[in-house]
Design a protein around this ligand. Structure first.
Ligand SMILES: Cc1cc2nc3c(=O)[nH]c(=O)nc-3n(C[C@H](O)[C@H](O)[C@H](O)COP(=O)(O)OP(=O)(O)OC[C@H]3O[C@@H](n4cnc5c(N)ncnc54)[C@H](O)[C@@H]3O)c2cc1C
Length: 461
């Protein structure tokens, strides 16, 4: 509760009885009169925002600007995942000038530097204070159901229940760690997900296999190698942009080239992970350099049998694919410079791609974990969503949210912060702010419809 702002709506404060105040509300009468005004309608708030990370705060800012009563419920602390679900040395992948909301700069981080995870979390606490976000921390939303015979939703939480007209699910793009069922839990090595990795000392002595070569996998492998561990890194298909090119960070290049705004790929299209790092002042992720530092690269991890792990023979192809994405961005950047007559220093050396290391030329296809002394596996293999609390008709047969730009298939329910919600930038700090604006506008429009006729008939649509 230490970062809980204890800020809530006035009506809400008035029913609080203590720090751990219960939310209390009466379930609406089926068919009861209703309008968009919270008090008259029996709705405690117009909008309930579930989750107090960056998405929940962005939503709060836009709702406040539009004068919409709302409450943000966060089960832990503001920006909790940045505090307790990231490794110790993690810094933001983008520079401080970029990875932030428009109306607040980092005070303690130089614009071109990379904020530590604690600085990012502190930034969001400061942001919540700045915008006076009505956040209640330590309250978990356990169930949301559509009211029957009355508009809106009935919300149950660890602190009681309330009634809301709209619900925004801002519970994160990365909710439930996913570990592919390849190595049985009792196979020997300690197995953890990247979200549980903190530092090398947490793992038993011995070599470590890191599976996954997105930003998390490469950074964790590097962290372990620098502590003196023997490390194997299982590399799948990836993109790897240059950290800086011609004096500009890749975040800038993706911005001017319109790539952050790239449209959501069609459902089922293959998602390619992106390998970037802000560690140690920021550097281009270069798998050859990682191999040069002593990390043994292997292909995709495919199966496990009799203590032996097998890897696909795709390492060379994956490295080449990453190189191609890197060189493509340099080409596009050069074309942009030429087209706009910019005076940015040429950087021909950036195009030099070194020779493949031995582990790429002659890739390991099998590894006996005991012989290799592998005592731990860190699975940097991504996340799934978990909306077990949201009992509405807004999911497809695979449990994935059905929505368009966050506006769900269930009227009144919104999703925010999901990868590719509207564009590439949607799950990133700066991108979610723009998506929240769209969702807030949608809610205002809906409120307009719902208010129509309320004055004369006493009931909204
Ligand atoms: C390792 C890693 C590094 C990243 N680095 C960057 C970066 O450098 N730059 C960048 O822009 N993005 C980065 N991201 C992506 C993104 O910015 C983060 O994932 C960010 O945490 C997403 O914010 P969010 O508010 O959408 O979700 P979250 O931060 O996940 O916040 C959701 C909140 O909802 C709460 N919650 C969940 N369920 C409930 C419930 N039922 N009731 C109440 N509360 C609930 C959770 O406690 C949590 O605090 C990174 C992601 C990862 C995994």
């Amino acid at each position: 509760m230490d970062t809980c702002l204890g800020l809530a709506l006035d009506w809400f404060r008035s029913i609080e009885t203590s720090e751990e105040a219960e939310l209390t509300s009466t379930e609406p009468e089926p068919g009861g009169a209703d309008d968009v005004d919270g008090e008259r309608s029996g709705h405690d708030v117009d909008v309930l925002v579930v989750g107090g990370g960056q998405a929940g705060l962005a939503m709060s800012e836009h709702l406040s600007e539009r004068g919409i009563t709302h409450l943000v419920l966060e089960r832990h602390r503001i920006a909790e995942r940045w505090r307790s679900q990231r490794w110790d040395t993690l810094v933001a992948n983008g520079p401080a000038w970029h990875d932030r909301f428009p109306s607040l700069e980092f005070v303690d981080v130089e614009p071109d530097a990379f904020a530590s995870k604690e600085q990012v979390a502190d930034y969001f606490v400061a942001y919540a204070e700045k915008i006076g976000a009505p956040v209640r921390c330590g309250v978990e939303v356990t169930a949301v159901r559509r009211n029957t015979g009355a508009p809106g939703f009935w919300v149950q939480s660890s602190a009681g229940s309330l009634n809301t007209r709209f619900v925004v699910a801002a519970t994160g793009p990365f909710q439930r760690p996913v570990i592919p069922p390849i190595v049985p839990p009792d196979a020997g090595p300690v197995q953890i997900h990247s979200s549980a990795y903190r530092n090398p000392a947490q793992l038993p002595e011995g070599a470590v296999l890191v599976v996954g070569a997105g930003s998390s996998g490469v950074q964790i492998a590097d962290d372990l190698r620098r502590s003196g561990r023997r490390v194997y890194l299982s590399v799948g298909p990836h993109d790897r942009p240059p950290r800086r090119y011609r004096g500009r960070d890749f975040c800038w290049w993706l911005g001017v080239l319109g790539k952050w705004d790239a449209d959501t790929p069609p459902q089922g299209a293959e998602h390619v992970t992106i390998a970037v790092s802000g560690a140690r002042g920021g550097h281009t992720v270069d798998f050859r350099a990682l191999a040069g530092d002593g990390i043994h690269l292997v292909g995709m991890t495919t199966s496990f049998d009799g203590g032996r792990l097998r890897f696909a023979p795709d390492l060379g192809e994956n490295i080449t694919g990453g190189d191609a994405s890197y060189l493509r961005l340099l080409d596009e950047a050069d074309a942009y410079v030429a087209r706009n007559g910019l005076d940015l220093p040429e950087e021909p050396r950036a195009r030099i791609v070194g020779p493949d290391p031995q582990c790429v030329r002659d890739p390991l296809l099998e590894l006996d974990l005991a012989d290799a002394g592998v005592t731990s596996i860190v699975w940097a293999t991504g996340f799934a969503t978990d909306y077990g609390w949201l009992h509405v008709d807004a999911f497809d047969e695979n449990g994935q949210p059905k929505h368009r730009r966050g506006v769900s298939a269930e009227p009144g329910v919104y999703f925010l912060g999901l990868p590719w919600l509207s564009r590439r930038g949607s799950s990133f700090i700066w991108g979610v702010w723009h998506d929240a604006k769209y969702v807030a506008d949608h809610i205002v429009t809906q409120q307009g419809y719902l208010a129509y006729g309320a004055d004369t008939s006493g009931a909204a649509i």
